[in-house]
Design a protein around this ligand. Structure first.
Ligand code: ACO
Length: 336
């Protein structure tokens, strides 16, 4: 069995900054409410005409990751793309990336696991590399949330939280035994699927049916629904469990963690996890204040920033952890 390491990281966020005050001009909300409940001060939104889509932002992040990995795009053996906001209902964004990067016919697949999407995608890539089937796998998490949120007061409890952006990682075969991904841990609990969901358009809620049943109704399936407090309670429990699971699997303890990169769901969730594990401030990386919750993109954006700032370095034990819609959750333990 081979071992997998992260050889290159990249991120891209749209230039357009949207502050809490900007949102308060669109809906009944304010900076104090958003900051207190979520920690978010601003997020990035794609601007009409700026050319950004979920796939194209992923490509921008991927180009940086490929360059930093010191390989050519033609060395990529597989693309795994995580998103809940694809450009098309089908096909997925992975094939768009393959075309935009002009890689010959390498396989591409999309992962639909929302906030846990990047960890699921890393785990998929890790399995292919471990077995020797592929050497270099491009993993991308990218989201265009702003294109599908309700920016009226009706949607405020969801729409203030999410932002757009992309992160990417090149995973490759590690030359040094013991360096790289030590383990990944994945879970789901589909009985809570509708507690954080977007029901339509789908084969159950196709467009003509939505229009016929909800000409102006409030029960609209094409904006995300989130049972916020229920999500919060489940998130803090599952984050803790899956981090512990990863540590135990590798005979590690909390004191071995050099950097925890939690999915940037909500600053209060990250702070709860930090306090529970009694981790110092410099052992947990948060950037939700600047970008909001970018779902599948949040971990690779945060990991890229932490690495760029020298906060993730060779020899470090890095823990990635996520929880989100599905419900799904997961962790990855990495020796950098
Ligand atoms: N601005 C102002 N007021 C608002 C806003 C807003 N943006 N949104 C909701 N409110 C109002 C509500 O209407 C409600 O008013 P009422 O008391 O008059 O009825 C009041 O604020 C309280 O609403 P709650 O929904 O009870 O607020 P809560 O304290 O639960 O905070 C939040 C909402 C932030 C979503 C919280 O439940 C939470 O943090 N949940 C975790 C979910 C999460 O972080 N999800 C992230 C995405 S999922 C993921 O990545 C895992």
């Amino acid at each position: 069995m081979y071992q997998t390491k992260i050889a290159g990281l990249g991120k891209y966020v749209p230039e357009n900054v949207v502050t809490n005050d900007d949102l308060s001009k669109l809906m009944d909300t304010n900076d104090e409410w958003i900051t207190e409940r979520t920690g978010i001060k601003e997020r990035r939104h794609i601007k009409k005409g700026d050319g950004n889509t979920t796939a194209s932002m992923g490509v921008k992040a991927a180009k940086i990751a490929i360059e930093r990995a010191g390989i050519s795009k033609d060395d990529i053996d597989l693309i795994v793309f995580a998103t809940l906001s694809p450009d098309y209902y089908f096909p997925g964004c992975g094939v768009q990336v393959q075309e935009m990067l002009e890689i010959a016919t390498c396989p591409a697949l999309d992962v639909r696991n929302q906030c846990s999407g990047f960890i699921y995608a890393v785990s998929v890539a890790d399995q292919f590399i471990k077995t020797g089937m592929y050497k270099n796998v491009l993993v991308i998490g990218s989201e265009n949330h702003s294109g599908g949120l309700d920016f009226t007061t009706r949607g405020r409890s969801v729409s203030v939280i999410f932002g757009d952006g992309a992160g990417a990682a090149v995973l490759t075969r590690s030359d040094h035994n013991g360096q790289g991904i030590l383990s990944t841990h994945l879970h789901s609990e589909g009985k809570h699927a509708l507690e954080l969901s977007l029901k339509g358009p789908s084969t159950n809620h196709w467009v003509p049916k939505i229009i016929a049943e909800n000409p102006q109704g409030d029960d609209i399936p094409y904006y995300p629904y989130m049972n916020g407090q229920f999500v919060f309670k489940n998130a803090i429990q599952r984050f803790s469990e899956v981090i512990n699971e990863g540590l135990q699997e590798n005979g590690l303890s909390v004191s071995d963690i050099d950097m925890l990169i939690p999915h940037q769901a909500n600053l209060r969730i990250s702070q709860f996890v930090q306090q529970k594990f009694k981790l110092a401030d410099d052992k947990v990386y948060n950037n939700i204040q600047k970008y909001g919750n970018t779902t599948a993109a949040s971990i690779p954006i945060a990991l890229t920033e932490a690495w760029e700032q020298g906060k993730v370095k060779e020899g470090d034990t890095v823990v990635l952890a996520a929880f989100g819609s599905g419900f799904t959750w997961g962790s990855a333990i990495i020796k950098w």
